[in-house]
Design a binder for this molecule. Structure first.
Ligand code: GLY
Ligand code: MN
Length: 463
């Protein structure tokens, strides 16, 4: 875990923003795969990790804003548990390491909250995303499960989002540790890719890199010859000559900070002229976005700049036509780029998505646009120093979408459907890096990972 002071200070910042009431933080419990003793890898709730740092199942915490105190609720394991799990550090000792002196049995949580409610004190909690915590909210606070998200505290959401959005030096260090492992994952994929392997050969090897470094992946590995499917979890396809592989993967650091990197490269190790042109377009769009990013700049505008750069490249390829500012305003580019340019990253790969994009990625100055494509933009508001963002433009040729738009003649003034038909089988390409917003621009995080056409072709040749 991080230094004791870090957790104490984080809670002090939170406490300074509330005059009264209590905040309830529910940790996660083990999640069974098929029966209770056979569990998925444990993942603690990220906000619980942020304020309490305790990475084990079955804990809760109350921060009392009137008294300025905090209490962790949890049970030490029994001798019987030790028989199966081995010796464990006592909870009180672990709590001391994160600066919490008050530890009570889990069973006390109910009474403490009942007393708070009886005294008409406000109990702030974040929107629960695991069913067991939805049920706990119902049980502990009497809020019907269907309403648990709705009754979450907007004040607490805002305070947590503001605090977690700005990353401190020790968090950047964690993200760069995750990126160091992620770099090894991506180099492994580039070096082993060749025709005749299956996606699963590479996906398994790169997840193995993370496991061998005593960490897990930050999200399920996307390793696919069908990069046009944005979040493709399937790994059963054969790698064939002439195709491309999209590798969107990242490790977590030991303290669960994420990395999220995408590279797209040819199965043979050499781009075809058409792939080369398309890849250069997404690289140019990423470069334009990176150059534009600085504090005060709305990420929505960075997204639109990337869309315009993609559209310019597509016009040169005769896939788009007409006035490109108008085309992007109308959303015509979304036939090829259907999603957002990026998202915040931190303890979650899509940082704080559980507490709500309306507070994390949007604010009173920028409302969500419902137009297809831009509606998926997870982050739109102005950047601030300390934000960590992914920047991930792509081009995706989705036959079903092309067919639909073509049948409706949608945006025909901007799209040359006759030419688009020649690209139906090309798949999808994305390039993604993680950056820190600084006082005057951005800093690329992590050691560079081969990214230009030359760099990737060299990495794949084994040189
Ligand atoms: N890398 C997965 C995502 O950004 O959604
Ligand atoms: Mn991403």
């Amino acid at each position: 875990m991080l230094n004791t002071r870090v957790y104490v200070d984080r809670r002090a910042v939170l406490k300074s923003q509330f005059k009264s009431g209590v905040a309830l933080f529910l940790g996660n419990i083990e999640s069974p795969m098929n029966y209770s003793a056979n569990t998925f890898p444990f993942r603690q709730d990220s906000t619980f990790l942020y304020y309490l740092g305790l990475d084990s199942a079955g804990l809760a915490a109350i921060v009392d804003f009137d008294k300025g105190t905090e209490t962790v609720f949890g049970d030490d394991i029994t001798v019987e548990d030790i028989v199966w799990m081995g010796p464990q550090t006592p909870l009180a000792e672990r709590c001391r390491e994160v600066g919490v002196g008050s530890v009570r049995p889990s069973a006390d949580l109910e009474t403490v909250l009942a007393d708070a409610l009886a005294d008409h004190r406000q109990v702030h909690f974040l929107p629960p995303y695991r069913p067991e915590n939805v049920i706990k909210i119902q049980h502990l606070l009497g809020i019907h499960a269907a309403k648990a998200k709705q009754y979450a505290s907007v004040d607490l959401i805002r305070a947590v989002a503001a605090q977690r959005s700005v990353k401190a030096a020790e968090e950047i260090e964690q993200i760069e540790q995750a990126l160091e492992i992620t770099r090894e994952m991506h180099l492994t994929a580039m070096r082993m890719t060749r025709p005749g392997l299956k996606e699963s050969d590479i996906a398994g090897a790169i997840e193995g890199v993370a496991l061998s470094r005593e960490v897990h992946v930050a999200f399920p590995v996307i390793l696919t010859v069908h990069g046009e499917t944005l979040h493709n979890p399937f790994h059963g396809n054969l790698l064939k000559e002439g195709g491309m592989v999209l590798n969107d993967s990242g490790a977590e650091s030991k303290l669960h900070y994420a990395a999220d990197i995408t590279r797209t490269f040819p199965v043979t190790g050499l781009f075809t002229p058409q792939q080369r042109t398309l890849y250069q377009i997404i690289l140019d769009a990423q470069e334009a976005a990176l150059q534009a990013m600085k504090p005060g700049k709305r990420f929505l505008d960075v997204h639109l700049l990337a869309c315009l750069t993609l559209a310019k490249g597509l016009k040169e390829m005769k896939l788009m036509r007409g006035d490109l500012d108008e085309a992007v305003r109308a959303g015509a580019h979304a036939l090829f780029f259907q999603c957002g340019l990026g998202h915040m990253m931190g303890l979650d790969v899509h940082d704080m998505e559980d507490i709500g994009e309306a507070y994390v990625g949007y604010d009173e100055t920028v409302q969500r646009n419902k137009q297809f494509g831009i509606c998926y933009l997870r982050m739109a508001k102005a950047l601030q120093p300390g934000y960590v963002m992914t920047v991930e433009p792509g081009l995706y040729f989705i036959p079903a979408l092309i067919d639909q738009w073509k049948s409706e003649n949608r945006h025909a003034e901007f799209i040359n459907y006759k030419e688009v038909d020649h690209f139906r089988q090309i798949g999808g390409l994305r390039v993604e890096d993680d950056v820190l917003v600084t006082n005057d621009g951005i800093r690329m995080l992590g050691e560079p990972i081969p990214k230009t056409i030359d760099e990737m072709e060299t990495a794949m040749s084994g040189d």
